[in-house]
Design a protein around this ligand. Structure first.
Ligand code: PLP
Length: 445
């Protein structure tokens, strides 16, 4: 183990970490294996993976069927290009399957290898869509503050958490952020969006891009009527609506896609993560018939956009098997039911402890907010690091979880594998109770 940690420090630059800290402290946990909702490290410690790793291991760890699907495809045809007029059966079948699951009217799929590539692709697609119709001035993308959309050039810029722009050196031009709905409510958030559209000039805007539920921003649910009003505004101004379903897709929220909860159909949907449950990198953009028809008519070939791994046969074979498992085992329904159990557990904790504010779940996407005063929602000072302390206390109790502390919030996020059962939910929430209690005692509240 010591040797591995030394090598890690020396050679492996970890994503979104303080490189300085990583290289002085080294990795704290080196994972070895996984089974269901559990991960085991090289020292034999077992953890509940309460975040499905990075909101993505929807079918849980250790699925041999997925390994077999990959092995079978790797042996038959590991890779061949999907460029231009070449294709392969798993990619064709997966595109057809995803179209059958997507809302009516979204039937064509462009494949990528992850969420960032998907959002960059959607942004290039919508700009191309306008350009080939002679409206090249429609280039701007409006997104929401606190939204997270990835780390490639455009997806960094469309992200509404400014820390990420710094990493890219600067934010690209033609990206703007309206106020999030979080704590603003529908009317104020819609007014901010409308004001942003008017200020930028509707005729310069290509698309509005947002997550149905903001994930990395803190699991923030849209208030009643918000997304419907967004759709109306987009229609009024002729702006396309791109829904980022990278976290919310493939059963996470108790429906196949997050937008289904709100009765709103976007023009494009981006996905990744849950499509393969993270067993192999894959993502994509689902495009409406209306947008697809324009792209087809005016020759998509002129887009000059495609990744080496767009339509990767092995990734597609794993995606097909993963969706088969989700459907066969009723995991979307389990997500809905277990999400209710999780909410019951959160509510019990809120009753028993003094520092729990809002608690919420939608399927197996949930959050617990920690506040100094639950009656007034007064937040803790950021330097108290309340949520990070709870994460540490959870870790000590064998639960891997994630905190959002952006703009002085203390939000503990939950996104466990969709295979979780009643007993496991109870165990996880018992541990959460103990972890929050230990920090509450430490704070003397
Ligand atoms: N969009 C959302 C909503 C995400 O949560 C993420 C990643 O967490 C991304 C996009 C970026 O995906 P990836 O990390 O696969 O590039």
């Amino acid at each position: 183990m010591e040797h591995l940690i030394e090598l890690d420090k020396k050679h492996f630059i970890h994503p979104t970490s303080s490189i300085q800290q990583q290289q002085s402290d080294g990795a704290k946990v080196v994972m070895e294996s996984g089974d269901g909702i559990y991960l085991t490290d090289k020292n034999g410690n077992v953890f509940i993976d309460a975040m499905s790793s990075l909101w993505n291991v929807n079918v849980g760890h250790g699925r041999e069927e997925l390994a077999e699907a990959a092995a079978e495809q790797l042996k038959k045809l590991a890779f061949s290009s999907s460029f231009s007029t070449f294709s392969n059966e798993p990619a064709i079948r997966l595109a057809e399957k995803i179209a059958s699951l997507a809302p009516a009217g979204l039937n064509a799929v462009f494949f990528t290898s992850g969420g960032s590539e998907s959002n960059d692709s959607a942004i290039k697609l919508v700009r191309h869509y306008w350009k080939i119709q002679g409206k090249q001035e429609r280039r701007k993308i409006i997104a929401l503050k606190r939204g997270y959309h990835g780390v490639a050039a455009a997806s960094t810029s469309v992200t509404g958490i400014p820390e990420f722009w710094g990493m890219a050196g600067h934010m690209l031009t033609d990206f703007t952020h309206a106020d999030t709905h979080y704590e603003n409510g529908t009317d104020k958030a819609i007014a901010s969006l409308q004001e942003t559209i008017e200020r930028e000039g509707p005729e310069t805007i290509a698309a509005f891009l947002a997550e149905p539920i903001q994930g990395a921003g803190g699991v923030l649910f849209p208030p009643e009527g918000y997304l419907k009003k967004v759709r109306e505004l987009c229609d009024e101004y002729g702006i396309l609506f791109i829904a980022d379903e990278v976290i919310t897709g493939f059963g996470r929220t108790g429906k196949m896609f997050g937008m289904e909860h709100y009765g709103v159909t976007p023009d494009l949907m981006t996905f990744a993560k849950g499509v393969t449950s993270g067993y192999i990198p894959l993502g994509g953009v689902i495009v409406s018939d209306q947008v697809h028809d324009v792209l087809k008519e005016k020759s998509m070939g002129t887009l000059f956009h495609g990744f080496t791994y767009s339509g990767h046969p092995t990734a597609a074979a794993v995606g097909l098997k993963n969706i088969e498992i989700i459907e066969r085992e009723g995991l979307v329904e389990n997500s809905r039911r277990m999400g209710e159990e999780l909410l019951n557990g959160f509510r019990k904790i809120k009753k028993e402890l003094n520092i729990v504010g809002d608690v919420r779940t939608i399927g197996l996407l949930g959050a617990v907010e920690l506040v100094e005063d639950p009656d007034t929602n007064k937040r803790f000072a950021a330097d108290m690091k309340v949520a990070p302390k709870v994460i540490e206390a959870l870790h000590e109790r064998g639960v891997i979880c994630r905190a959002v502390t952006y703009e002085s919030t203390d939000i503990i996020c939950f996104s466990p594998p969709l295979v979780i059962n009643n007993k496991e939910v109870a165990d996880m929430t018992d541990k959460l109770h103990d972890a929050i209690l230990s920090v509450q005692n430490e704070l003397g509240i």
